[in-house]
Design a protein around this ligand. Structure first.
Ligand code: ADP
Ligand code: ADP
Length: 226
């Protein structure tokens, strides 16, 4: 069975004056170890869909299963990386990456091994004592990726993680992400409006139509990445 199963999901937002259909009946199955990308124009419901998988919101109808269990609120089995940097500003790079491990009471020696591994893989070793405000956007996203992976989630959820970066930094972050992904083959669900980014990163690309978000096309990329 697929690791992630999104089944007939519909999402409406109701405000005082109107109801907006953000997602109009989407079904997506993501097998394990895949790099899945959802691409579509701004406002088509990509972030909304990711939020549902994250458990930060509930679908109006339909269901979402992760490893056969229905999603019920946020949990450590899903690692999140958002566009806006969501690091803890009062913690160092190392402490940010260590945060989830501490919460799960992983013993100190093991924590240090895990944290060092991810700091090295993301090129952060020299910055381990820095605070987020001392870092560039690209470096902050490295911390966010390392922090998400250190918790060994079943799936990594990424919402336009490189959307706020200049194009050169974005390119190097895309390469870094692919490198790290090759190491771990962690299932990824990655949201972007940038078709080039989708093609570069995705094993599977799910194309959404403009609002209300529907699935237009599902592309299984047949060629190996560079
Ligand atoms: P995307 O990520 O593809 O840009 P979003 O998921 O952010 O799209 O938004 C999908 C649609 O739902 C948009 O029309 C947006 O304005 C609307 N929307 C998103 N969040 C809310 C909300 N909390 N309340 C009302 N409408 C919302
Ligand atoms: P993105 O395209 O990166 O998802 P947005 O600007 O669409 O960013 O949304 C930013 C935040 O505002 C999200 O939390 C979203 O849920 C909320 N939001 C978006 N559109 C609306 C809306 N029409 N009404 C209320 N909240 C909204």
């Amino acid at each position: 069975p697929p690791l992630l199963r999104i089944k007939d999901v519909r999402l409406e937002y109701t405000t005082k004056t109107k109801t907006v259909v953000a997602i109009d009946n989407i079904s997506i199955d993501v097998p394990d170890n895949q790099f899945a990308v959802i691409v579509g124009p701004s406002g088509c419901g990509k972030s909304s869909l990711l939020y549902l998988v994250a458990g930060l919101n509930e679908p109006t109808s339909g269901e979402i299963l992760l490893g056969n269990e229905e999603i019920d609120g946020p949990g450590p089995d899903r690692g999140m990386v958002f566009q806006s940097y969501t690091l803890f500003p009062w913690l160092t790079v190392r402490e940010n990456v260590e945060f989830g491990l501490k919460r799960r009471h992983v013993p100190a020696a093991e924590r240090e091994d895990i944290v060092n591994r991810y700091l090295n893989e993301t090129g952060l070793a020299a910055f381990h004592d820095a605070y987020p405000k001392q870092l560039s956007g690209g470096m902050m996203q490295r911390v966010a990726i390392a922090r998400a992976l250190a918790n060994d989630p079943k799936i990594l959820l990424m919402d336009e993680p490189f959307g706020a970066l200049d194009s050169q930094t974005r390119n190097s972050m895309q390469k870094l992400l692919l490198r790290v992904w090759e190491q771990h083959k962690k299932t990824v669900l990655f949201v972007t409006h940038d078709i080039d980014e989708a093609i570069l990163l995705g094993d599977r690309i799910y194309v959404m139509t403009a609002r209300p978000g529907r699935l237009k096309e599902e592309v299984v990329v047949p060629i190996a990445r560079p």
